[in-house]
Design a protein around this ligand. Sequence first.
Ligand code: PLP
Length: 403
Amino acid sequence: MMATETLSSEQVIALAKQYLIGNYTRYPVCLVRGSGSWVWDAEGNRYLDFFPGWGCGLIGHCPPRVVQAVQEQVATLIHVPNTWYTEPQVLLAKELGERTGFGGMAFFCNSGTEANEAAIKLARLNGKPKGKYKVVTLTGSFHGRTMGALTATAQPKYHAGVEPMLPGFNYATYGDLDAVAKAIDGETCAILLEPIQGEGGVNIPPPGFLEGIRELCDKHGLLMILDEVQTGMGRTGQWYAYQNWAIQPDIVTLAKALAGGVAMGGLVAKPEVAEKLKPGTHAATFGGNPIAARAALATIETIEQDGLLERARHIGAIFQHRFTALQQHCPIISAVRICGAMIGVELKIDGTPVVQECLRKGLLINCTQQTVLRLLPALNIIDEEIDEGCNILADVLQNLRSS
Ligand SMILES: *Cc1c(COP(=O)(O)O)cnc(C)c1O
């Protein structure tokens, strides 16, 4: 069996039922091709994608510079371990470090959860001389699925059935600085949080919250770790979402959009913090491999040369305008939360039928926390495509209201 595109969606689904472990809720559609903000299924149907790759498709499906960089690199050098130097990896570290504003130094891995594992280990290594190892995280957070990052994820539903979780994590209510202060004790080494919660419902922090966390970290000698796996790389109109506020973290973690859709994760840390990650303390075999690093460099080049940071802010303004107007006619919308191209529309009802009806009409969106429609459109989506998708969504929401 060679070209998988010769199978129908139905045939692929039948094979999946027999041979794939069923740990995902999947839509009954087999996708075969993508370009920009569009994907096609095995039957040739076209869908407009307002949620490309769960946020990994920051610059759309098959972005041309990334495709070319990967094609060149895959024919030159696929993988060598980190016992050698490679040019793409150091050039990428330079691009990411220079953009932090604090001379950050990079470590690379392959996913978001791994990036957070590395950050937790780095925080513990820094706290070790003072006997500090505990990490404070926030309710509604999402940091990944491996045991450390999963323990950090303060949502009981993700812990159910796989307890006991790891020791050394304290949880505080999101947005409540007093609660965060109370969760800190003499053994705390870090606070880990998303600058804007993604999976938790596109939660934008209340005024002063991130600044307050920074002050608490300074006061108690803790590291501030920002999980920018979803918000990083320009999603919010800044290279790092924290640049929307007057703060700097000590460690920032990245993945999802980092390599334009190719699997890659990483962290960038202040040099005096990063130095604790000495030989033997941590590693990732595939981390920073030439293909992923070239893809990430091409992603940064695309964002820079095509002016996509500014475009992210403009996309946010368009969606704000559309949804604020829609809210007037659509009382089931209870809140609209937008920062750049990170968009949450909270409903007073379950969003599942909205997602399904949009799919039927050829629009791909996401719903998180049951009631929050989440859109993470590509930064190079054009105005006409935004219009087309918003018209479908408005239509679906207004028909739900009347039914
Ligand atoms: C998706 C996500 C993760 C986990 O990333 P994986 O690559 O799936 O391990 C961690 N943190 C945040 C904020 C995310 O959105």
